[in-house]
Design a protein. Structure first.
Length: 139
């Protein structure tokens, strides 16, 4: 391991949908805010040096901008957030399909069959686990 890798923070690679679901119940919905905040910070750590973008912190979006825009900014945030993760997966040659379409199909349309948002979160965690493992290994 070279000096640059020892100075870099290792990102979490063991996100689990089951733990997310159970902790969401136990904390009465507080854990999802923490989980999405961490993921929004992690994607900035992983991708910002390559795409020059910065995903807004989830808490600011959730508590301030989304309510002020009657939820419209939340839709925009999730679309761009999911698209950015998909772009980084492709840039790193990770063989996993994820992007804005995943959010629209599973989280929005999939909510009609109840389980769609859960599938989206599962796929999001898998995508972020792959990205974080790639970042931990290659930077």
């Amino acid at each position: 391991m070279n000096n640059q890798q020892t100075m870099r923070r290792m990102l979490k690679t063991d996100r689990s949908f089951l733990m997310y679901f159970l902790l969401s119940l136990v904390t009465f919905g507080i854990y999802p805010i923490i989980a999405f905040t961490t993921i929004s910070e992690d994607i900035n750590t992983i991708a910002s040096q390559y795409d020059g973008k910065k995903t807004m912190n989830y808490c600011i979006m959730f508590f301030l901008l989304s309510p002020l825009t009657c939820g419209i900014y939340g839709i925009y945030w999730f679309h761009t957030f999911s698209d950015r993760i998909g772009n980084e997966l492709r840039r790193r040659n990770c063989n996993y399909e994820f992007g804005a379409v995943t959010w629209w199909l599973w989280c929005v349309l999939g909510s009609l069959i109840i389980v769609g948002p859960f599938v989206y979160i599962y796929k999001l965690f898998q995508a972020m686990n792959l990205l974080c493992a790639s970042y931990n290994q290659y930077g």
